[in-house]
Design a protein around this ligand. Structure first.
Ligand code: PMP
Length: 386
């Protein structure tokens, strides 16, 4: 029997949707520079504006600006850079607040900012990875310029109370940014409803191409470009438009908006089928994250006395692709900082596996995982010296 390929790593990236691919193939002939004034330039510009509108509709950005970037990492960096610049220019508010479980494009950015002398506070999370509002409130003050809190966590799926945090932060006069990269297409994301000032997203997390994302801005909020050098994006982000990628993003945005209600339910059902199946078949497992406020397609599980990396490799041999929480840093296997920040014991953090579902996964695939996973864990536990 031919080995199946079961891709359960959709939080890392997703396959490009067939309609997105078709739109991008068609867009290949649209090679005019969208800044050119001739017919081919104008044709590209029209398509780009259609994509901008699709993103605006998807995130309910109202009359704010949609700025195309190379992805969410750049969008996140743009926000922190602009507040750093304001601080450098003498703004009264000099402190930034974010959380301990943000994506590395934020954690490493603020670590660097701290190293060079900026005031940054990391709001802790509870043992489900959720920000506790009273702890956020305790950190707020009239010296805070920016509060940045992700909407859904890439590793454990925990959804943050961004709307409530935004209300608190605004009451203290701070601006609010949310990295919504993992939430798009899985839960409803409305800038208006969340009442955030800045929002980041990335096309490759919802069946669009890699290397294209968005920083959305509420109308009238402070802005300063991260990439200087051209008049594109009203001077907000320089660089010749990547027509094909932007058109792919716009197509993916339309599909995500259309399919969200069904996709949300379907992903949760697959996730729950796997969770229940694992708990029934494998003794002594711990499901990480918040089971109520969780992205529908994310399941993060710790298997005590089994190493995450070993589980990943054995699953890979069976054609099942997952991810560990841990990053392989300079030869040493570091446990996940997200799990540690959520109070997960270091041994459990070492034995965690993230299963992340997407639109192409099926119940049959979950059954296959439930057949292959238990003997792998059993074998690894038998091999473990303790
Ligand atoms: N934020 C979150 C929450 C993410 O999951 C990712 C992708 N792993 C990013 C930001 C970075 O996105 P990009 O790959 O577009 O830079």
């Amino acid at each position: 029997m031919e080995q199946p390929t079961i891709y359960l790593d959709n939080n890392a990236t997703t396959a490009v949707h067939e309609d997105v691919l078709a739109a991008m193939n068609e867009a290949a002939s649209l090679y005019g520079n969208a800044s050119s004034m001739h017919a081919m330039g104008r044709e590209a510009a029209v398509a780009i504006e259609e994509s901008r509108q699709a993103v605006r509709d998807l995130i309910d950005a109202q009359d704010g600006a949609i700025v195309f970037t190379s992805g969410a990492s750049e969008a996140n960096n743009t926000v922190f850079n602009l507040f750093r610049e304001r601080i450098d220019l003498g703004a009264k508010r000099k402190r930034i607040i974010t959380t301990t479980i943000e994506h590395p494009s934020i954690i490493e950015t603020v670590t660097h900012l701290k190293e060079i002398g900026y005031a940054v506070d990391l709001c802790p999370v509870d043992n489900t990875g959720r920000v506790v509002l009273s702890q956020m409130e305790a950190l707020l003050g009239d010296d805070v310029a920016l509060v940045s809190v992700m909407l859904g966590n890439n590793e454990i799926g925990t959804i943050q109370p961004v709307k409530e945090i935004a209300a608190l932060a605004h009451r203290h006069g701070a601006y609010v940014h949310s990295d919504a990269t993992q939430a798009i297409g899985k839960i409803e994301v409305s800038m208006k409803e969340l009442d955030v000032d800045y929002l980041s997203l990335s096309a490759h997390k919802f069946y669009g191409p890699k290397g294209i994302g968005v920083l959305a801005l509420r109308k009238g909020v402070p802005f300063s470009p991260f990439v200087h050098g051209g008049h594109q994006e009203d001077g907000r982000r320089a660089g010749t438009y990547n027509n094909t990628a932007i058109i792919g993003l716009g197509t993916a945005a339309r599909i995500a908006q259309r399919e969200l209600p069904d996709e949300n339910k379907r992903l949760w059902a697959l996730r729950e089928m796997l969770r229940v199946g694992i708990e029934e078949r494998i003794p002594n497992v711990v499901v990480n994250g918040n089971q109520e406020h969780c992205l529908p397609g994310t399941l993060d599980v710790s298997f005590p006395r089994a190493e995450g990396e070993s589980i990943l490799l054995y699953l890979d041999l069976e054609g099942i692709m997952v991810s560990t929480g841990s990053a392989c840093a300079s030869g040493s296997l570091e446990p996940s900082y997200v799990l540690l920040a959520s109070g997960v014991d270091i041994e459990l953090a070492h034995g965690s596996i993230r299963f992340s579902f997407g639109r192409y996964n099926t119940e049959d695939e979950v059954r296959y995982v439930l057949e292959k996973l238990p003997p792998i864990i059993k074998r690894l536990r038998e091999m473990s010296i303790r």
